[in-house]
Design a protein around this ligand. Sequence first.
Ligand SMILES: [Zn+2]
Length: 170
Amino acid sequence: MRRARQTCPCSFCANVPGDPWEQRRFCTKFKALKKNTSAKSYLEVSLKPCDASGFAAAGVLLFRRTEASVEVLMARELRDREAAREERGGDRLNFLGGKRLGVSESAISVAVRKIDLETGGKMSRSTIARMMNTGFPFVHWNVESKFVLYLFELTVNPTPKPAVFSACSR
Ligand SMILES: [Zn+2]
């Protein structure tokens, strides 16, 4: 059965009761915001205002420098075994992050909420607070998925050195 389209203001754009994820597909306000986003992907020190308004999902790429290279933390999405056996694709790697559930949610709040959830609450509260309060040194905008990926360096020292741009631009 086809679900009726909700007219705006909907639960996605106006925080009224409903299923924001379902209604996001039909939200005219969100469609207009998405249409106005950057036409090219970029890696920058801050998110452009149009992309902060029209992003669809956000996440965090945690990385740390080792002596020889850079390590990153990604999620392994478990796919069903039958599909893997039939080579319809096995497990996949994905960024830690998730979908925006309301127009009022900022990219940073979506990203931090999801990184906290998807690491099982293992991030220290001080690191979570630092992410929320001071933001991130670098951000990647992906034009295809309208995904905002923040880069965050994990260090042993609680006051990290400024991240080296070339270390994470590949
Ligand atoms: Zn709407």
